[in-house]
Every structure is written in C-alpha cells, then in structure tokens.
Design a protein around this ligand. Structure first.
Ligand SMILES: *Cc1c(COP(=O)(O)O)cnc(C)c1O
Length: 429
C-alpha cells in the first residue's frame, strides 16, 4: 500500500473520502449539454443531470459566462451587506411565486431547515405548537432536521436521538393526515412530487385537501420543491402543474435546479397575516434580524448563475418544452412494451420507471433491482438515477433535444431487453 501512492481517482477516494456513498464505478471528467465523458473518454447520455440539478445541461455557455463575469467582479461579501445578484434573483422568484420574501442558503437540506425554523417561530407566536406532519416515503435532506422530517427509516438508523416534533403519515391519505393533527401541530410539510421516494405525484385533491386542513386548523402549508420546483414539472411551481392555483403554500423550499450546479438553495415565505396569541402575525416578520443566517448563502456568484438559469428558461420557453417533451418521453417508454416495466409515472421532465423485479431473475445476493437496472443503463451508455428498490428516474435537462430523447429511448429498450434475457445463475453484479 505504501510502496505506490494511490493514483487513480477511485483509489484516492477509497483512501481519503468518507465512504458515505455506494458510488457507481464511473470517474467523470467533462460534461457538455446532455452528455458527460469519463476519464477514459467514454461518452454517456446523462439523464440524471446531477439529480435534477443541471436543468440547462452541463456547462451551459451562458451560465458559464455569467459566473465568470461575476467571479471577476465580486465573489463573496457575507450577508452583512447588500449585493445586486441576490436582490434580483429574490425579486424574480417573488414575481413568479407570489408576494413574500426569500432567504438564500447553500443546499436543499438548509432550505428545509429554514422552513422548520419558520414553523417553530409560527408555533410560538400562535399558541404553544411545534409538531410538523410529513409523509411516508418522503425525503427532506441529510441534516438532523432533514432526517427527522424524512418519512423513511433508512436515513435515520444510528442517529438517535432525532429532532422531536415530526409525525409521518401515508402520502396521499387526507384522512390519516387529519387524524394526525393534534393541538401541538403547527405545519404540514410535503413534496408535491416525491422524488427520492420514486416519482410519486400528489393528486390535485390531496394538495387541495391539505390546503383546506391548514386553513381549518391554522397550520402552515410547506412545500418541499427542492427536486420538483423551478421548471422541472413544466411550471416554475411544481404544485401549480398539479393543482393550478387551488393549493397555494405558505412557504416553499428550493435548491437542485436553481443555479445549474452552483450550490444554492432558497426558501420563500408568503406575505400573509395570521391570528397570533398577541395580535396579528405577518409570516415573513417572524424571521427578523438575528433569527437566522448563513455566511455563504446567496453569494453573488451562485445568484448570478441563478439569474442566468432564470432568463434562459423563460427566453427559450423551456417550461412548455419540459411539459411536452416529458409527456412524449413517457409515451415512448411505454411504447417499448417491455414486460419488465410495471408503470411509468411522469410529470414534466420527472419520469419514474417502476420495474417488476420478479421478471428479472436476480440471484439472491444481487444489488437492489433499481441498482441492477442503473448499472445496465451505464453499460448501454446512459446515466439514470435509482429511487428506492424498484424505480429508475429520468431527470434530463429541461432543454433536452428530440434526438437525445430518441437516443435515450433506444438505449432504454436495450436495457430492458438485456434485463429480460438474463437467466438465473448469471451474475448481476
Ligand atoms: C435533494 C433533496 C433534498 C436535499 O437537498 P440537498 O441539497 O442534498 O441538501 C431535500 N428535499 C428534496 C425533495 C430533495 O430532492
């Protein structure tokens, strides 16, 4: 081991990077649009886009130019001062979502942290309440707050004691949600489309019902749009793709697609008045000076990237493009007609393919079926993202071209064919 210093990227990781990820054996060196290249020069069609992050594809030249220009002007100031890019990005978000105020941070988990801190303040101002209802199969990030909010046991193992004050109920079940409301409940936090959970799309009735429950019990309706927000579903607001304007939230968290890969998260708080114990409470004023903060969040460079993303999506009409292209992608995958495909769930350019593992004939020691399918896709030259045990997710850039959709469908057809023809005894790993 000491005779030769580790040289390959993978070896350096093995020795020096914590093994919190079961990484795929792929050392990526370069990206352009919907394609990435590994260190040996092999090309892959990237239908994961860094988990719904690179909404305009890799290294979009206009985003790069905006970042370079800002990086040569002013990179970082802290939030003790005002900077123009943060002001303009906040104003754009407010103009598309509704009157309110935005806080910028660095990641999705931090954006959700902000939503939970907001609900604690709201609970204190409107009675002695602190409990937040979230849903089974949800994913809200990896901080202690994030894993406490998440309705999946696997992220919590070994981290007790968790943050208290979360109750998890089945996604889509309004009755169970109402039954879980107690005098201590202060908010409901939900992903309008569960992403990590396997692309489960809330129904219009469910979102409207949650809004009604919140109105009835004086609760905050919080949407985690970290994966489904900012264009992915074919609208700036994922919930509006589902429910129009009939289920408007009180606060929303974003990250992933907001800056095409530069680390930026945000949450928005509606300008709305509630009855408090000491008189009227305006929601944004609950987070006044000294109540919350971040050193880097909303840094001028990440916000300049966010501004470029915003203007390209609007100028190129990519919301409509995502809506139409997503529908046609799902249709083409269904048309492959593979018996392995149990269901294709789709909203905009979020597509979940649920596979039938019973038809895959996997040996007992094989990895999860979603991983086996992802590995086979890599073999065929396309990157997809596993979600849970049985689902692979397609989250291509919003500006994906028709030729690339066609290429993806051909590659996926080859993936299904290969998985169908595997027989017992063939090693899947
Ligand atoms: C990715 C994700 C998060 C966590 O975001 P990070 O940037 O990884 O902290 C939270 N919620 C949802 C819905 C996500 O998809």
């Amino acid at each position: 081991m000491n005779q030769h210093a580790p040289t390959s990227t993978k070896e350096l990781y093995t020795h020096c990077v914590l093994g919190t990820y079961g990484r795929f054996d792929l050392q990526l060196a370069r990206g352009e649009g919907a394609f990435v290249w590994d260190e040996s020069g092999k090309k892959y069609l990237d239908f994961g886009a860094g988990i719904a992050v690179c909404s305009l594809g890799h290294c979009h030249p206009e985003v790069t130019r905006a970042v370079v220009a800002q990086a040569s002007t002013l990179v970082h100031t802290s939030n003790l001062y005002y900077t123009r890019p943060q002001a303009e990005l906040a104003s754009l978000l407010v103009s598309r979502v509704g009157d309110g105020r935005v806080f910028f941070c660095n990641s999705g988990a931090e954006a959700n942290e902000g939503l939970i801190k907001l609900s604690r303040k709201f609970g204190a101002a409107t009675g002695d309440r602190h409990e937040v209802i979230t849903f089974l199969g949800s994913f809200h990030g990896r901080t202690m707050t994030g894993i406490s909010a998440t309705g999946q046991e696997k992220v919590k193992t070994g981290f007790a004691p968790l943050l208290e004050g979360f109750r998890h109920v089945p996604f889509g079940d309004l009755e169970a949600t109402e039954s879980a409301i107690t005098p201590a409940t202060v908010a409901i936090l939900v992903e309008p489309v569960q992403g990590e959970g396997g692309i489960h799309i809330a129904s219009r009735e469910f979102l409207q019902g949650l809004r009604a429950l919140c109105d009835k019990h004086n609760l905050l309706l919080l949407f985690d749009e970290i994966q489904c927000g900012l264009g992915r579903t074919g609208d700036w607001c994922g919930w509006r793709t589902i429910a129009g304007t009939d289920a408007e939230p009180d606060a929303v968290s974003w990250a992933k697609g907001i800056a095409n890969g530069f680390p930026l998260g945000a949450f928005w708080v509606r300008d709305k008045a509630f009855a408090g114990t000491g008189g009227e409470v305006r929601l944004p004023s609950l987070l006044g000076p000294g109540s919350h903060g971040t050193t880097y969040g909303g840094n001028a460079v990440t916000c300049a990237a966010g501004l470029a993303v915003f203007s390209i999506i609007e100028r190129e009409n990519l919301l409509l493009h995502a809506k139409e292209t997503g529908a046609s992608l799902a249709k083409k995958i269904r048309a492959i007609g593979s018996p392995l495909v149990k269901e294709v769930r789709q909203i905009g350019l979020m597509v979940g393919i649920e596979i039938l593992p019973s038809l895959m004939d996997l040996p007992a020691d094989a990895p999860l079926p979603s991983i086996v399918a992802t590995l086979e896709a890599m073999q065929q030259g396309i990157l997809v993202i596993p979600a849970g045990e049985k689902v692979i997710r397609l989250l291509p850039p919003l500006n994906i071209r028709e030729t690339e959709i066609q290429e993806a469908v051909e590659k996926l057809a080859a993936v299904f064919r290969s998985l169908e023809t595997r027989s017992s005894g063939t090693s899947a790993s």
